[in-house]
Design a binder for this molecule. Structure first.
Ligand code: F6P
Length: 356
C-alpha cells in the first residue's frame, strides 16, 4: 500500500480536443484524491501557466458525470505562445521559462500534459528546463509514436465507420460514387481502419500516393462486374503521385476529397458526391474503449507521479500501460506501414489504394 502524503499535481489539456479528455481528467482527480493529493486543473492548455495563472482546484465532485462527456472542461489551445523555443530570447519573455516558474510557484509535484505530438514536444521542452511533466497520449489521428493507441481514435473510427455504412445505402440506391474525406492529418489510420471496417472499395492514405486514373479504373472494373456503386474513403492528408498535399487554409488540411470526387466524375462519368466528415469525428461521447483507455492513462499518470517518473509519457503496449521517454513520442509521427498486415489484408479483399 502506498503511503498517503499531501501533494499537489496539475493537469492540462492541449491541442485539438478528442473524446476521452474529460475521462482522463476524472481519472487523474480520483486517483490523486485517493492518495490524499490535490489536483489543479490548468485551463486553456499551457496558456494557463502564463501571466495571471489560470487554474481551478478539481475535487471528486467536480468530475462527477465526466466519464461520458465529450470535449474538455479545462478547455484547450493549439500551441498558443508555445511555438518552437527560441533559446536566445530573454527569460522574462520566454514562455517556456515562465511556465516552469509557474509550475514551481503552484507547488506542483507533477504536471500531467494530455495531448498529441505537439503537446508532448512542449512538455519535453519544459522537462528539459526542470519541470516534472508526465504525458498522456491523445489524438483522434492515432499518429503519436511510442504508444499502440491514443485515446480518441476509437471514437473517430466509430463515427467514420457509421458514416460509411450510411453512405453505402444511399450510394446503392442511386448507383453513385460516394467519396468520404476523413481526418488523420499526415497519416491514414482513420481512413484505413474505418475503410476496412465499413467495407470501402477504395482507401486513399498519405502513406501510399495514388493515381486518379487507377482509382477510376477500379470503379470501371466494379461497374463491369455489376457493382453499380462505389465507396471511396480519402484521408485528408492524401496526395496524388503527381500532386501535393492539399490545404483549405494556413496549415489546415482539406480539399482532397473534392478533388478526387470531381476527377472521378469526369473520368468515369458516374454521378459522384463528396462528404467531408470534419469535426464530427472529434465531438461527442467517447466509446467504451476510449473511456477505458482514458481512465487507465489517467490513473497510470498519477501512479507515475507517485514514483517520481517524469519526462515520460504513459503508453499502451500490447495489453499493458507502460511509460516511455517523451523523446520516443516526439520528433516523428507513427505512420501506416504500406506493407503492414492491415494494408495487405485490405488488398487481399480487393480494396484499391489507387497505386497499382
Ligand atoms: O489532430 C486532430 C485533427 O482533428 C486533425 O485530424 C485535423 O487535421 C485537425 O485536427 C483539425 O484541426 P482544427 O480543429 O484546428 O481545424
Amino acid at each position: 500500500m502506498m503511503r498517503k502524503s499531501t501533494r499537489r499535481i496539475g493537469v492540462l489539456t492541449s491541442g485539438g480536443d478528442a473524446p476521452g479528455l474529460n475521462a482522463v481528467i476524472r481519472a487523474v482527480v480520483k486517483a490523486a484524491s485517493g492518495m490524499g493529493w490535490e489536483t489543479l486543473g490548468i485551463q486553456d492548455g499551457f496558456e494557463g501557466l502564463l501571466g495571471e495563472k489560470n487554474y481551478r482546484v478539481l475535487t471528486n465532485a467536480d468530475v462527477q458525470g465526466l466519464l461520458p462527456r465529450g470535449g474538455t472542461i479545462l478547455r484547450t489551445t493549439n500551441k498558443g505562445h508555445f511555438g518552437v523555443r527560441n533559446p536566445n530570447v530573454a527569460p522574462e519573455e520566454d514562455p517556456y521559462v515562465q511556465a516552469v516558474q509557474s509550475i514551481e510557484e503552484l507547488g506542483l509535484h507533477g504536471l500531467i500534459t494530455i495531448g498529441g505530438e505537439g503537446t508532448q514536444r512542449i512538455a519535453l521542452e519544459l522537462y528539459k528546463l526542470g519541470a516534472p511533466v508526465i504525458g498522456v497520449p491523445k489524438t483522434i489521428d492515432n499518429d503519436l509514436a511510442g504508444t499502440d493507441r491514443t485515446f480518441g481514435f476509437d471514437t473517430a473510427l466509430q463515427v467514420a465507420t457509421d458514416a460509411i455504412d450510411r453512405l453505402h445505402t444511399t450510394a446503392a440506391s442511386h448507383n453513385r460514387v460516394m467519396v468520404l474525406e476523413v481526418m488523420g492529418r499526415h497519416t491514414g489510420w482513420i481512413a484505413l481502419h474505418a475503410g476496412l471496417a465499413g467495407g470501402a472499395d477504395v482507401i486513399l492514405i498519405p502513406e501510399i500516393p495514388f493515381s486518379i486514373d487507377t482509382v477510376a479504373n477500379k470503379i470501371r472494373e466494379r461497374e463491369e462486374r455489376g457493382n453499380t456503386f462505389s465507396i471511396v474513403v480519402v484521408a485528408e492528408g492524401s496526395r496524388a503521385v503527381d500532386g501535393d498535399v492539399m490545404y483549405v487554409s494556413d496549415g489546415r488540411l482539406g480539399g482532397v476529397g473534392q478533388f478526387v470526387g470531381d476527377r472521378l466524375q469526369q473520368l468515369t462519368d458516374k454521378d459522384t458526391r463528396v462528404v467531408v466528415l470534419g469535426h464530427l469525428q472529434r465531438g461527442g461521447s467517447p466509446t467504451p474503449y476510449d473511456r477505458l483507455l482514458s481512465t487507465r492513462y489517467g490513473a497510470a499518470a498519477v501512479s507515475a507521479a507517485a514514483k517520481s517518473i517524469f519526462g515520460e509519457m504513459v503508453a499502451l503496449r500490447a495489453q499493458d500501460i507502460i511509460t516511455v521517454p517523451l523523446t520516443e513520442a516526439t520528433g516523428h509521427l507513427k505512420t501506416v506501414r504500406p506493407h503492414s498486415d492491415l494494408v495487405l489484408c485490405a488488398r487481399a479483399l480487393g480494396v484499391s489504394f489507387g497505386d497499382e
